[in-house]
Design a protein around this ligand. Sequence first.
Ligand SMILES: O=P(O)(O)O[C@H]1[C@H](O)[C@@H](O)[C@H](O)[C@@H](O)[C@@H]1O
Ligand SMILES: [Mg+2]
Ligand SMILES: [Mg+2]
Length: 259
Amino acid sequence: EALLDDRKVMTKSSSVDLVTQTDQKVEQLIIQSVKEKFPTHRFIGEESVAAGEPCILTDDPTWIVDPIDGTTNFVHAGCRAVTWYSAVRSLLPQMEFGVVFSCLEDKMFTARRGSGAFCNGEPLQVSGQKDIQRSIIATEFGSNRDPEVVDKMFSSLRNVLCIPVHGMRGAGTAAINMCLVASGCVEAYYEIGMHVWDLAASSLIVSEAGGVLMDVEGGAADLMSRRIVAANNRTIAERIVKEIHPFAPPRDDAPPLQQ
Ligand SMILES: O=P(O)(O)O[C@H]1[C@H](O)[C@@H](O)[C@H](O)[C@@H](O)[C@@H]1O
Ligand SMILES: [Mg+2]
Ligand SMILES: [Mg+2]
């Protein structure tokens, strides 16, 4: 219904950072229904953070919610829109489970720590490809249109494409790009600039499907750092790291700037 009805588009951090009433309603729906069952749990929700709520992990069980991942697709008649949420239980953070629902495809991706990853109940496994020259790589351009940042993104894109790889793709949603890695449809996904709610659920789905997560400079992945390489294996991830022009957006858990 919302795909047909909700055309009132608002903006957040910039004119290309879009939000609709459906993003806000879905987030409230998820938070309210979880709160009824788990009144002491905490939440990090994309639209709540946009409204001024803190983006901090504590030792308390915390649900990280992206009500629609791919709002730009949704606004442009729903190329692909996704509702998903995940839970995190510690400062490290230790993901307990992740859920990504690709509503137009009616695909429910799920993972629970130590129990594997699934799509509509069928087990997921990353691609076995070790040769990056026989790989497809996914990425996105996010919503930062600062020419210096765009130059860095294009330089990385050019470097990866010219390895050469079989192709580059982008679903318009970080969560689905990661699920494509988990499903073995693409070998890797990298991006700088997305947020913890874009990645939390699908990061567990990727690792439970046998994939690896890495920072764009090669260290351990840090979901608050707004940078990720998710790949089918370490060889492919490390090869991509060599080609990325890194930069560091403000962290999701950075203290708010003083006015
Ligand atoms: O649709 P969103 O929940 O805003 O997430 C977007 C994200 O904002 C953007 O930076 C990424 O490039 C997209 O892949 C996300 O899915
Ligand atoms: Mg998102
Ligand atoms: Mg969203």
